[in-house]
Design a protein around this ligand. Structure first.
Ligand code: C2E
Ligand code: MG
Ligand code: MG
Length: 738
């Protein structure tokens, strides 16, 4: 078949269709003015083109009447896609009217809109719903216009109806998404912003306004016109922000301090990215802001706790370690000296124990401040704990400069400290180790400064010592001593000497003080002064003390068993032993085991011990008294206390310290002190013993002033048990009348 044939046949069919369509029209509306109902070829071709075009239109092209049914005079094939009905179903209301498929809720306004457009002779353009043949609802977009006759009357309406459901849905979805994102934007806890590169806000959410202290995003956007200068505390932060943006296109966790509206400063963290236009030019930034002030504060607190001493605010041990390492590096690089200064308050424990911890704390704070006042900002003052401080003095070129700093420390610390509890004179002992001479690493320097400080304590406190090689040797010896001391008990290296105590009236030996000696294989006897302090420090005094107690009680019992005149044996007890809860039980057990009657045992405690934890001590002494043992206060007069405790403590004897007895004959002050102690003791119903009596003049003085008893080289040095046994029962007090 030729193309021409084909087109002719199609045209013929088209004309048939059209005629068929027209034929459905009521009378009088025939569109054809011609009598002949056979179209010409040109007309056919024209119709074919029209049909093709209309068929291609996305939607239905129509012509209808302006009546109650919107009666369709012509409907293109797109009808089926839009409504689900065939054109012939709608045409001339063949099966259904367009009015009836218009959505009930839209009928009225659609009609109204069409009517007014027709009246105004304008096009109408509407979006409404229709009921599809499949039972569903479709959104359609109708544009149309009235067709007028020569008199200007509307004879029909022509237009196009398209299904826009999909587009509507898309728009709806978009709106929904937009609404959701807006919700996120408005309700976010984080601040969200968009700004121009030159620091204007384009958008801000309520959270951002809130973070910056504005009542609304609008107020924020109106007020902050220059972010760099108005917002950032350090304007350089904005520059830094831009620099990173230029380099990387985004920032994360960018922390800065910013001003709030009221001038408060807060910390924020920003995540942001640069925005670019199609040509790649930066057109702004967008991102989020988080208020991290609380977190920063918390971090600072944690850091403070990790690095600083809570009581004094000074650096703590760990920060000291860091600073020391740092200072060592610097000192090594610049070849400067670095001084590690160890400071320990003298007799701090006494104040702390007697006046209570709050006073002790106060004192530490005051002293911390005083030490800080002696050094420059760049130096470190740290508290290691207790009353121990370490000061790092950096950048010194000579030991002499350190000396002046340390001298200043001694001076300011010893300034009287006035409180509501009274005035206190506190001193300190200082040890200094220098880099690089005394050590090149932190640990060694600290250790050596500590040793030097010990030396200062030993040299009578309130002074400073530089670390020396000799001191190092001493410290090494001390360490050695400690390890030997740990093994001394099991190796049975201790023994007791006894020093007689004499009744000054009768001249008889009425007691003996047990004094420990350490027999080292290669060194002869070691005096207690060389190892008791170490034993106290290490806690070894507890087992050693128990051994002394046992040995002394056993010996005393042995003397009695040998038929010698019974005496009281005195045993020195350390504070550390008293702090063991079971001291009373230990004493009871030892007495039980050895079979010594309690009245033949006396415990000596030092005056300063009485200051520690008095309430508990009173209770323990009470129990010991109930056991029947005697209690003596040793080294009386050297303590730090008020004497009121004597009234409360069940004490039997005061042992006047040797330092007062020594110059009794020559020093008027010492003489009056001893006299006063004797009087005091007697008034309280106590026996008074003079220690360290070496000369007959001392004896006469003591007798004149009715001192009860005496002990000293004049009557007998501390000797072994057998040697003492020889003395028992003899009158040995020279110059004492029978
Ligand atoms: P202390 O309890 O005051 O003992 C008296 C000390 O003075 C003894 O020193 C004694 O030898 C010495 N002494 C006695 N008379 C004279 C004298 O006329 N002139 C001089 N210059 N000194 C005299 P020692 O034996 O060296 O003991 C020293 C300290 O060691 C004792 O002082 C005591 O506090 C402590 N100690 C001794 N043995 C023990 C013990 O078993 N346990 C405890 N915890 N401490 C002990
Ligand atoms: Mg003693
Ligand atoms: Mg003594």
């Amino acid at each position: 078949m030729s193309t021409a044939d084909h087109s002719r046949r199609s045209a013929a069919r088209l004309s048939e269709d059209i005629l068929h369509s027209w034929s459905g029209l009521p009378d009088g509306v025939s569109p054809s003015p011609r009598e002949s109902n056979v179209p010409s070829a040109r007309e056919l071709e024209y119709m074919r083109m029209l049909k093709t075009l209309l068929g291609n239109v996305d939607g239905m092209v129509y012509r209808c009447r302006d009546d109650a049914h919107w009666t369709m005079e012509f409907v293109s094939e797109g009808c089926e896609r839009v409504t689900g009905y065939q054109p012939r179903d709608l045409m001339g209301n063949g099966r259904i009217t367009y009015e009836s498929i218009t959505h009930p809720e839209d009928k009225t306004w659609v009609r109204e809109a069409v009517r007014s457009a027709l009246a105004a002779r304008t096009r109408f353009d509407l979006e409404y719903r229709i009921l599809h043949a499949d039972g569903g609802v479709r959104w359609v977009w109708e544009r149309g216009t009235g067709v007028l006759d020569e008199h200007g009357r509307v004879i029909a309406i022509e237009g196009l109806i398209q299904d826009v459901t999909a587009r509507r849905d898309a728009v709806q979805a978009l709106r929904e998404a937009e609404r959701r994102y807006r919700g996120l934007f408005d309700n976010a806890i984080e601040g969200i912003f968009r700004t121009t590169p030159d620091g204007h806000y384009l958008d801000a959410n309520p959270a951002l306004a809130n973070i910056y202290g504005f009542s609304s995003p609008q107020e924020l956007m109106d007020s902050l016109r220059d972010i760099g200068r108005q917002l950032y505390v350090d304007p350089q932060r904005r520059e830094e922000f831009m620099r990173i943006m230029r380099a990387r296109g985004s920032v994360t966790g960018f922390e800065s301090q910013v001003y709030r509206k009221n001038g408060d400063i807060i910390w924020i963290s920003e995540n942001a990215r640069a925005l670019f236009d199609a040509s790649g030019t930066c057109v702004g930034y967008e991102g989020t802001v988080e208020d991290i002030t609380e977190r920063k504060r918390y971090q600072a607190r944690i850091e403070q706790q990790a690095n600083y001493d809570t009581l004094t605010g000074l650096a703590n041990r760990s920060l000291l370690q860091d600073r020391l390492e740092q200072a060592l590096l610097t000192a090594a690089t610049y070849r400067t000296k670095l001084a590690v200064v160890f400071v320990d308050l003298d007799r701090f424990k006494l104040i702390n124990d007697s006046l209570g911890h709050h006073v002790g704390d106060e004192l530490l704070k005051v002293m911390a401040g005083r030490l800080e006042s002696c050094v420059r900002e760049c130096d470190t003052v740290a508290r290691l704990g207790g009353d121990e401080f370490v000061v790092l003095v950096t950048g010194q070129s000579a030991a002499d400069q350190v000396r002046s700093v340390v001298e200043r420390m001694l001076t300011v610390v010893s300034q009287p400290w006035v409180t509501e509890h009274g005035e206190f004179n506190v001193s300190c002992s200082i040890g200094v180790a220098l880099f690089p001479n005394d050590g090149t690493d932190a640990q060694t320097l600290l250790k050596h400064a500590d040793s030097a400080m010990y030396r200062a304590k030993e040299s009578g406190r309130n002074n400073f010592q530089f670390f020396t090689r000799e001191l190092n040797t001493l410290m090494t010896e001390r360490l050695e001593l400690e390890s030997r001391l740990r093994r001394a008990l099991e190796r049975n290296q201790f023994l007791l000497h006894y020093q007689p105590r004499v009744d000054l009236t009768s001249g008889r030996i009425i007691g003996a003080e047990a004094l420990i000696r350490w027999q080292l294989p290669d060194q002869g006897l070691v005096a207690p002064g060389r190892f008791i302090p170490l034993a106290e420090e290490t806690g070894l005094i507890v087992p050693i003390g128990k051994w002394v107690l046992k040995a002394a009680c056993a010996q005393n019992r042995r003397w009695q068993d040998e038929g010698r005149e019974p005496i009281v044996v005195s045993v020195n007890v350390s504070a550390r032993q008293f702090r063991q809860d079971n001291l009373v039980r230990t004493v009871a057990e030892v007495l039980q085991e050895t079979g010594l009657e309690p009245r033949y045992l006396e415990l000596e405690l030092t005056e300063s011990m009485v200051m520690h934890d008095p309430a508990q001590l009173v209770a323990m002494l009470g129990e010991l008294k109930r056991l029947g043992v005697h209690i003596a206060v040793d080294d009386f007069g050297t303590g730090y206390s008020s004497l009121s405790y004597l009234k409360r403590f069940p004490v039997d004897r005061l042992k006047v310290d040797r330092s007062f007895v020594e110059h009794l004959a020559t020093d008027a002050d010492d003489a009056s002190i001893v006299r006063a102690i004797i009087t005091l003791g007697h008034n309280l119903g106590l026996k008074v013993v003079a220690e360290g009596v070496e000369m007959p003049q001392q004896v006469s003085f003591l007798q004149t002033h009715h001192c009860d008893e005496a002990q000293g080289f004049l009557f007998g040095r501390p000797v072994g048990a057998d040697a003492l046994a020889q003395l028992l029962g003899r009158r040995i007090a020279p110059g004492v009348e029978a």
